[in-house]
Design a protein. Structure first.
Length: 226
């Protein structure tokens, strides 16, 4: 192992050790706790609940909020390898935290290097043959490189979509399952109602066109001269 790689692993271990979780507490990350309310999370990260974007509103509300960490470990002189985060909420409760590592601050590191570093905090990892939802609630998935979990929470290491870096996905098993069920039901309802929505859209389009023509007629007819 090169001296540079050893230094990178040491950097990641140091940041994880001071800023991630205490003694394999998979429910907590940098002051955020899975299950926290949207309002509490917004306050913690220095933003407002209105910054959360709606992914869907029925049969359950799914929202996402981008999280810019802005040197969250200011007391640590070592550079922070985390670039940014994505927070997901189910009916106003935090159910998933995705943190993406800066590609330049993990450059040269292998998946085994990150697994070794993260295991300093979480304990031994397993390597299941599995895929998880990554960044998108619809179709986008990532292969799990390593997993740390207990009966309630899970932490998965994956490659980013462009495969240039890595991401750590922490989630509540209970809330994640509820969210996935709600997302599937929302898709079913959308498909079921699509024909009627198309009819309603076309009717509105026809009504708007008729109103525009009536308005033009009321102006043009009195002024028309052969």
């Amino acid at each position: 192992m090169t001296r540079t790689r050893v230094a990178m692993i040491g950097l990641l271990c140091g940041v994880l050790g001071t800023s991630l979780l205490s003694a394999a507490d998979l429910s907590t990350y940098r002051g955020l706790k899975l299950g926290m309310s949207l309002a509490a999370v917004a306050k913690q990260v220095g933003t407002t609940p209105s910054e959360a974007k709606f992914v869907q509103k029925r049969p359950a509300v799914i929202q996402e909020m981008n999280w810019e960490l802005r040197s969250a470990v200011q007391a640590n002189p070592k550079p922070d390898p985390v670039k940014d985060g994505l927070l997901s909420f189910f009916n106003g409760e935090l159910f998933r935290i995705i943190v993406t590592y800066d590609r330049y601050k993990v450059e040269g590191m292998t998946a085994d290097d990150l697994i070794q570093a993260i295991s300093e905090t979480y304990g031994p990892a397993t390597r299941p043959t599995a895929e998880i939802a990554y960044h998108s609630n619809y179709a986008e998935t990532a292969t799990v490189l390593a997993r740390w979990d207990d009966s309630e929470y899970s932490g998965d290491l994956v490659r980013t979509g462009d495969r240039a870096s890595f991401a750590l996905v922490l989630y509540s098993k209970k809330l994640q399952a509820l969210a996935q069920t709600a997302i599937a039901e929302s898709a079913r309802l959308d498909a079921q109602e699509a024909p009627q929505r198309e009819i309603d859209t076309q009717k509105k389009r026809n009504d708007d066109e008729r109103l525009a023509l009536d308005k033009a007629r009321s102006v043009n007819k009195p002024n028309f001269r052969p």
